[in-house]
Design a protein around this ligand. Structure first.
Ligand code: MG
Length: 244
């Protein structure tokens, strides 16, 4: 009896919904504003992007060391290279959600192994690392290889460099949200394309990047993009960001 009543109700609901459907005209479900802003591309960079590094200078960056000093990494021939022992560099501007494009290349000379070879990284809001590493014939823990969310999530696949040895990361980041008491409302998440191939698919970020121990969740606001000095001569070019 119960089942019969349920199916009768479902039939009634479907009938009402199909009657309602027949009253719609196509234009009833179309809208014309607000219009999406128009973006053009210049050297494959969106016109609304903030240029963080265009090959000429480090105006958008400072050293992470206190007190803040100008970023001391090397800029030559349109390429930014880590200057070991000068420390991480970070953007002057801070960001919440964003789309970030970074191109990187491992050092020409192969030196070291595992985490000691071609290591750098991109810290989202200064806290969550998308790993950069020379993965070629270089075994290490998979949640520490290039494209991993360091010590949390390995990439879905391991992508090799293009012929020119450059790698491209396109990162879409959603920052965690906290209430006024500092409690987590929603964790952060990240999607990463590596040379156009999906390697992190809306991956939940469990907390801060920790070399030892578990990630921590700590309330924070907007933060910089940080590039890591891990002592290796990793190269960068074409860095831009679109706050979302
Ligand atoms: Mg690193």
């Amino acid at each position: 009896m119960k089942t019969q009543l349920g199916s009768t109700l479902l039939f009634l609901a479907l009938s009402i919904s199909s009657m309602a459907q027949t009253k719609f005209k196509p234009e009833d479900t179309e809208f014309y504003s607000p219009k999406p802003p128009i973006i053009t591309l210049k050297n494959q960079m969106p016109s609304d992007a903030i240029v963080l590094f265009d090959g000429t200078n480090l105006e958008q960056w400072v050293s992470r060391n206190e007190p803040r000093q100008p970023a001391a990494w090397t800029v030559a021939n349109g390429i930014l290279t880590v200057k070991p022992k000068t420390g991480d560099i970070q953007t002057k501007q801070v960001f919440e959600d964003f789309q970030l494009h970074v191109e990187w290349k491992s050092p020409e000379t192969i030196k070291g192994k595992g985490q000691g070879r071609g290591n750098s990284g991109i810290f989202l809001q200064g806290l969550y690392e998308v790993q950069i590493l020379d993965n070629d014939n270089n075994p290490t823990y998979v949640n520490g290889q290039a494209g991993s969310i360091y010590k949390q999530r390995p990439p879905l696949v391991e992508v090799r460099a293009a012929e020119d040895k450059w790698h491209r990361y396109d990162i879409v980041y959603k920052a965690p949200r906290f209430n006024k008491d500092g409690m987590v409302i929603s964790k952060g998440s990240v999607t990463v394309l590596h040379n156009g191939v999906l390697i992190q698919n809306n991956t939940q970020i469990e907390g801060t990047t920790e070399y030892i121990g578990l990630p921590k969740m700590q309330a924070h606001g907007a933060g910089p993009v940080i590039l890591q000095d891990h002592g290796d001569l990793v190269n960068f070019r074409n860095i831009w960001i679109r706050p979302l």
